[in-house]
Design a protein around this ligand. Sequence first.
Ligand code: ZN
Length: 114
Amino acid sequence: MITVKKLQKLLESIVLRGEGGFTTEYSNNRSKTNVARYDPSTAMIRMFLKNRKLRRKKRRSLLIIGAAVHELAHHVLFVRRKPPVHSPLFFFTLGELVERLRRRGITLQSGDVL
Ligand SMILES: [Zn+2]
């Protein structure tokens, strides 16, 4: 499974200059509703590894990356001062980040991007 350090480095590698300044954390809290969450007040991406969807053994690292890149899109839009909602702009930004991951050799399937 991908370590939080590697995940943080990977996410940093796909944002533009000025869009960094976020931290990624693995939480052992059980969240039934969320696989991950972005907190704009602390710029923290928190991954809930005990969530049922992230506990699957198959493709686990890719699911973690997929959930993290979703939260990263929230961070990027927050930094750009755009509203952090699931707008068409959000999914466009998410698509851009997923494409940058693909160029780094990590291909997510649509089901991986939680
Ligand atoms: Zn979201």
